[in-house]
Unconditional design. Sequence first.
Length: 294
Amino acid sequence: MLTLLIGRKIMKVFLIIVLFCFYKNICIAQIYSGQITDAKGFHPISYANIGIIGKNIGTTSDEDGHFKIELSSEFDNDTICISCIGYKSKKYLIKNFKQGTNNVNEIRIELLPRTFLLPEIVIESIKTTMHLLGNLCDSSSTYGNAFYSKQLGTEIGVLIKLPKKTTKAYLKNFRFYVGEFTLGSFPVRLNIYNLKNGLPYENILKEPILLEIKSTGENIIDLNEKNIIVENDFFISLEYYRIADKADGKLIFCAVHPKSIKQGNGFYRLTSHGYWIPEYNDNIGFSVQIECEY
């Protein structure tokens, strides 16, 4: 009998320890919402990106700058980033972000506009050539690809390598082909990034480029007036930044099939500020026409 009582007590203590450990490891999640605004004009910033860096947890603000994101306690030591083209990004350690929040439903984040130095204009005779780079495909393509996520901020794109000895390149247009489309209209944002360690790093655009996909066929986006200049290899992508008017339907981009994994140039991420993942099978059929200086 004594042995049985001791055994029961030990079992009780063991269960208490297990329950305590389980309780300690429960990750408390809380929804945080608010508005992102211009720090100088105090007007809303539409379609800003907000997300945990490298964790594929994020979203975008709506037309009026409002956002909503769920933050679990397991990410307290990670960094949340708020960014928008034309503004300086803000980053917070998530536990500090939470501590600085008085009301989880009325968070106000202000972003400062970025200033850009205009380059000095030098008129001289320069040799230039036109190139069409990237993944070329058309309606005869037997391969297709789509966004890998339904989360706002998801992106898909390709790495563009400049021709050798190029000192400067001007982006003339961006091209992609839609093979299947059953939506009324689908909003996407064009993004262009410089590279770090072979992956997309910072968006180099000075202003947003917003597009609406409305049908199948070839899309050629004129970039001449945007004055986009690159001096090194870069990454160009389309981002799902705003909820589409029609929830259900198909958007399939024509794609190419690389000869091997090492030859692939496609990458995607699942939401704002998530980590980039290589496309191992079909690479999205995005291409650019550029004018190069030598």
